[in-house]
Design a protein around this ligand. Structure first.
Ligand SMILES: Nc1nc2c(ncn2[C@@H]2O[C@H](COP(=O)(O)OP(=O)(O)OP(=O)(O)O)[C@@H](O)[C@H]2O)c(=O)[nH]1
Length: 344
């Protein structure tokens, strides 16, 4: 049972590009009288999500209530960064009613949950719920499936071998930890894709979980906030691939930052990103480009080869500087090839 005297925290997890920031924007735009605070953690050195969220700050969630943790993975830097950040948010006047935590797409939520078991935190905060977002199209495409060929090839040799891929392992940990699944991007997946994605998640979940379909982050906040799950008391029900190990690493994945000289044709950049994502197996691209003659910065995002771009806000006086963060599995990252593909 939840303790009403404790500050509720909702952990929002989901693989790279699943739609976490889009969901948080929607929650910020529909706060329903709640004063919100947000902690954003990103994989990579350049914080884009915090910037996007700060640009939609509202009186009930002003920019100072949005904290970025970009130097490392939230699940690995709990003591150094995370706890002081939560304490700073709790000290805000007026105190927030609810804290939303966006994990990086590669974070394992369970080590983060363990942080809420720390005596100092436990007495003041409860994890109201863990929300896992899953990109319906990507799940239906089998992007998070275990490596079937490896399973077949290796089963004969050693039945106990772990046949997970880096992607399947992160995905499964995120699903296993959740109280509710949001199946995102239903506009892209279509009815067959949605049915397929549901079947994959149902097979993966360690216990029956509600699965709610959403598009563009739109969901009634009452469906996901106020669950009263007290997840910190319920960790055994949330199995992780890393149970029993104190340490885990993220070196299966890598990010590089590419400076993008001013461009004149956004469509050309989009074509380049699409081609690069397909040729080099890129998982995620995000950042900004400066376009000749435009005072607004162009926000560019790609999930796999699906690219979206929009002018989001004017560049500040001194910061007109195009940069993209590119994330892929470690073995797929070739910085020279990535730079060549993006800027030729
Ligand atoms: N078509 C479509 N695109 C979506 C939807 N939700 C999010 N997107 C797009 O998907 C891309 C990634 O969305 P984000 O909300 O940034 O995803 P994220 O999970 O925060 O990404 P990371 O923080 O990098 O892991 C953006 O270009 C979004 O506009 C949706 O329902 N439909």
């Amino acid at each position: 049972m939840s303790d009403l005297s404790k500050l509720p925290v909702t952990v929002i997890t989901g693989f790279l590009g699943a739609g976490k920031t889009t969901l948080i924007r929607h929650l910020m735009q529909n706060p329903q009288g709640k004063r919100l605070a947000v902690v954003v953690n990103e994989f990579g050195d350049v914080g884009v999500d915090g910037d996007i969220l700060k640009s939609c700050a509202i009186p009930d969630c002003p920019a100072e209530n949005i904290m970025e943790l970009s130097n490392g993975c939230i699940c690995c830097t709990v003591a150094d960064d995370f706890i002081p950040t939560i304490e700073a948010l709790m000290a805000l006047e007026p105190r927030p009613d609810h804290i939303l935590i966006e994990t990086s797409g590669l974070a394992l939520p369970k080590p983060l949950l363990k942080a809420f078991d720390w005596p100092d935190i436990r007495s003041k905060i409860t994890v109201d719920g863990v929300i896992a977002l899953a990109d319906a199209e990507a799940v239906a495409d089998g992007r998070f499936a275990p490596d079937v060929h490896a399973v077949d090839a290796q089963r004969a040799a050693d039945d106990s071998l772990d046949h997970e891929t880096p992607l399947s392992e992160v995905f499964e940990d995120q699903i296993s930890c959740a109280d509710i699944i949001l199946l995102t991007k239903t506009d892209l997946a279509g009815p067959d894709g949605i049915a397929k994605a549901r079947a994959v998640i149902e097979a993966e979940a360690p216990r029956p979980l509600p699965i709610v379909e959403i598009a563009e982050g739109v969901v009634d906040p009452r469906v996901i906030l106020g669950l009263g799950a007290a997840a910190e008391d319920d960790m055994d029900a949330r199995p992780s691939h890393h149970d029993g190990h104190d340490d885990h690493e993220h070196d299966d994945f890598e990010s590089i930052v590419v400076d993008i000289p001013e461009i004149s044709d956004p469509a050309d950049l989009v074509n380049r990103i699409e081609a690069m994502a397909n040729d080099q197996n890129i998982l995620r691209v995000k950042g900004y480009a400066a376009v000749t003659g435009k005072p607004m910065r162009l926000l560019v995002q790609a999930v796999g080869a699906r690219v979206r771009q929009q002018y989001d806000q004017p560049w500040g006086a001194s910061e007109r500087r195009g940069r993209l963060v590119v994330i892929a599995e470690h073995d797929d990252v070739n910085p020279d090839a990535i730079r060549a593909a993006l800027i030729g």
